[in-house]
Every structure is written in structure tokens, then in C-alpha cells.
Design a protein around this ligand. Structure first.
Ligand SMILES: Nc1ncnc2c1ncn2[C@@H]1O[C@H](COP(=O)(O)OP(=O)(O)OP(=O)(O)O)[C@@H](O)[C@H]1O
Ligand SMILES: [Mg+2]
Length: 368
């Protein structure tokens, strides 16, 4: 992905309190969030955030409660003004927008999906989905047609005239998603959008979101507490602690190369066999080892096990989606990766290259 970032965040800091500006030297000097609160009575929301979000990608934002996820996301459509720093959307500084321009920006360029759905209770499904189009001042017929298409697309055909309280949580969030998509905004902000749903419904919503993304190619900022969710849908995962980005990587690297103990704590209980892909843990191709046997780079470790263990010599040549040899993998290499111990060669960057070469997305999904 060589395109300019869709969202570019630079030196972004946010302090909550009456004298936020005066706190900035302390913030830059590295004062802890706790000391800023206890000694100076101010809350550190964000500190020196640098984040580029690629167009048409899903950027996940994770972190413990209070780490700054919502604060970060709300800067993107300027629901919050920074104490310091810059937020650019398609190279436009959102802080330069005056009131009218900001309203236009929020109507046309950015949509939000909320955790508690935030549907209008006294309006029908159709009227809820039409909402953004009404404020865009679209003609009634076009509004109706467009909203009907989205209601249908999120699987709610037949429920057009129902009211939100007639719908289950999952269905209500489908309405929320349809409402956000109907405006055609290129950026979608989703703050814990699926967190209030039951696990099975959540999984359905993730599938729906990924299907839609494969068609629509939005730029999505997706906040979640759930690492499995982050891994499944995120092209990149930024992990916050006390208002700072500790790591921002694809899922494979977050698991294989955690920046510190805080990050490894997040990933400790993940099922590595289902998440890590061969391309991330393979070793350099030794001279002379040519296919067959072959093992596709995008297979998860679990999928690769039967392939590799039954190959002669229990090793395979790893191939990218074009069939090009890119490395090798052995049973012992798979075992080590499953156990969370990599060999030095694999840790040295082959995984990175495989992902960068487009063998798979960072989450192991083939790139679309
Ligand atoms: N309006 C505000 N006034 C004062 N402090 C605030 C305000 N909004 C957020 N904060 C503080 O900023 C920090 C980051 O809050 P934020 O809501 O962004 O966290 P979060 O990561 O979204 O948490 P959660 O997972 O609970 O939603 C917290 O310490 C919070 O108390
Ligand atoms: Mg939050």
C-alpha cells in the first residue's frame, strides 16, 4: 500500500482540565498519567500520537479501559479538539475547518457506528437509515431508494417499517451500520460497535463487515476490547496504554514481535495455531530446496500441520499466492511457533517481508 494515508495523525496530545495548555511541557517531559492527575488535577487523554491510517484499510484501536481509544477516534471527526497536534483527513487539516465546513465534513466524509446503536426510537428502520441522507438534503425518492438498498444489504429486508425496540441487538446494529453506510462517507468510525452484542451475533457482524469491506473499500477505524475481533478484522492493530500508542502493527507482528510485556499480556491467550500464518514464521529458503512439496504462505499453522508433517523430510517449500517460493517451513518450526518460541531466522524478518509482499493481509486474510 503506497497510497498517501487517508488519516494522518501527528504529535497529537489531549489533556482534559482547565489549564491543559500549561500541562503540555510536563506531558512532553514524560510525566505519568497518575502524577498529572494526582499532583496537577489534569487527565492525560493522549500523548504524542503519531498514526497513519492507509486508505481502504481497517485500523483497529485496542487498549484497556481508559487508555484513550474513544478520545483518539473522536479527534478524527473533531468531536474533540486536541490540546496539541494535528489530524489530517485526505491531507486536509480538520482543525482548519470552520463551523460550516466541519458540518459538511461530518455529513459527507465520515460516518460513525456507535456501541449502543444510538438509533432514533420513534423512527422506523427505513427512517433511521434515511437519516443521514435527509441531512444531506437528498430528494425523497432517491433517499428512499438508497436507504432501501442498504436495509436490504445488511439483511433486514422486510423490516423496513419496524421500530428499533422490535429488533434484537444484532438487528439494531445492522440498522446502525446501514445508516452509516448509506451516506457514502469514505471513512467509518466504529467505537466498540459490536461490543454490546452476544458472541455469536458479534461473529455474524464481523463477517458482514468484512463482506461489505471487500466490496466498498472504506477506511475504517474500529475500536474494540477483543483481541480475536481485532485479529480477524484489522489490517493493523494500534494498542494504547495511558494515552500512548505502544505498538501499531499487523496482527502477525503484534503476536510474534510484541513491543513489551503489556502487549504480550494482550496476546498471551490467543490460539496461535489459528491465527499465525506460515508466511510469518517461515525460514529462509535454503539453496537446493525446491518445490514440491509446497505449503501456501497464507495457511494458518493449524492448517499447515498436516501438510508439513506428511511431507518427505517433514519440511515444505513455502509459496506465495502466485506459486513463487518464498521460504521453508518444517514440523519443528511449526511446533516452536505454536509454543511461542521462534527460531532466530524466522524472527529476523521473513514474516514481515511475506506480509509486505502481499502474501496475505496482516491478519492472514488474502488481500483483496
Ligand atoms: N471529557 C472528559 N473529561 C475528563 N476526562 C476525560 C474525558 N473524556 C475522557 N477522559 C479521560 O481520558 C482518558 C481516556 O478516556 P477514553 O474514554 O478515551 O478511554 P477508552 O480507552 O475509550 O476507555 P473505554 O474502553 O472504557 O471506552 C480516561 O482517563 C478518561 O477518564
Ligand atoms: Mg471508549
Amino acid at each position: 500500500m503506497t497510497d498517501a494515508p487517508a488519516i494522518r495523525i501527528r504529535d497529537l496530545s489531549k489533556v482534559f482540565g482547565d489549564n491543559a495548555q500549561e500541562m503540555m511541557p510536563l506531558v512532553h517531559d514524560g510525566i505519568s498519567k497518575q502524577e498529572l492527575l494526582e499532583v496537577h488535577g489534569h487527565v492525560l487523554g493522549l500523548r504524542d500520537i503519531e498514526l497513519d491510517i492507509a486508505p481502504r484499510s481497517i485500523q483497529v484501536v485496542m487498549g484497556l479501559s481508559g487508555s484513550g481509544k474513544s478520545t483518539l477516534v473522536r479527534h478524527v471527526n473533531r468531536l474533540i479538539d486536541p490540546t496539541e497536534g494535528e489530524v489530517r483527513v485526505d491531507d486536509e487539516n480538520v482543525l482548519d475547518l470552520d463551523r460550516v465546513a466541519l458540518r459538511q465534513f461530518r455529513r459527507h466524509r465520515i460516518s460513525m457506528v456507535f456501541q449502543r446503536f444510538a438509533l432514533f426510537p420513534h423512527r422506523t428502520v427505513m427512517e433511521n437509515v434515511e437519516y443521514g441522507l435527509t441531512i444531506q438534503r437528498l430528494a425523497r425518492k432517491e433517499r428512499r431508494d438508497r436507504a432501501a438498498r442498504w436495509v436490504d444489504r445488511v439483511g433486514l429486508g422486510g423490516y423496513e417499517d419496524s421500530y428499533p425496540h422490535h429488533l434484537s441487538g444484532g438487528m439494531q446494529q445492522r440498522v446502525g451500520l446501514a445508516r452509516a453506510l448509506a451516506t457514502d462517507a469514505e471513512i467509518l468510525l466504529m467505537d466498540e460497535a459490536f461490543s454490546a452484542l452476544d458472541p455469536l451475533i458479534r461473529a455474524d457482524m464481523r463477517t458482514l463487515l468484512l463482506e461489505l469491506q471487500a466490496e466498498l473499500h472504506k477506511t475504517i477505524v474500529f475500536v474494540t476490547h477483543d483481541l480475536e475481533e481485532a485479529i480477524e478484522i484489522g489490517d493493523r492493530i494500534a494498542i494504547l496504554r495511558d494515552g500512548e500508542v505502544i505498538q501499531n502493527d499487523n496482527a502477525q507482528d503484534v503476536i510474534l514481535k510484541p513491543a513489551d510485556d503489556y502487549i504480550s499480556d494482550f496476546t498471551r491467550n490467543i490460539n496461535r495455531g489459528r491465527v499465525l500464518v506460515v508466511g510469518s514464521i517461515m525460514q529462509p529458503l535454503p539453496p537446493g530446496l525446491e518445490p514440491p512439496p509446497q505449503c501456501p504462505a497464507e495457511l494458518t499453522l493449524e492448517e499447515a500441520l498436516p501438510v508439513v508433517t506428511t511431507a518427505p523430510g517433514e519440511e515444505c517449500c513455502v509459496v506465495d499466492p502466485d506459486g513463487k517460493p518464498v521460504g521453508m517451513v518444517s514440523t519443528i518450526g511449526l511446533m516452536l511457533a505454536l509454543a511461542g518460541q521462534q527460531s532466530d531466522a524466522a524472527a529476523g524478518g521473513n514474516g514481515h517481508d511475506a506480509a509486505a509482499n502481499g502474501a496475505t493481509g496482516g491478519n492472514g486474510r488474502p488481500r483483496t
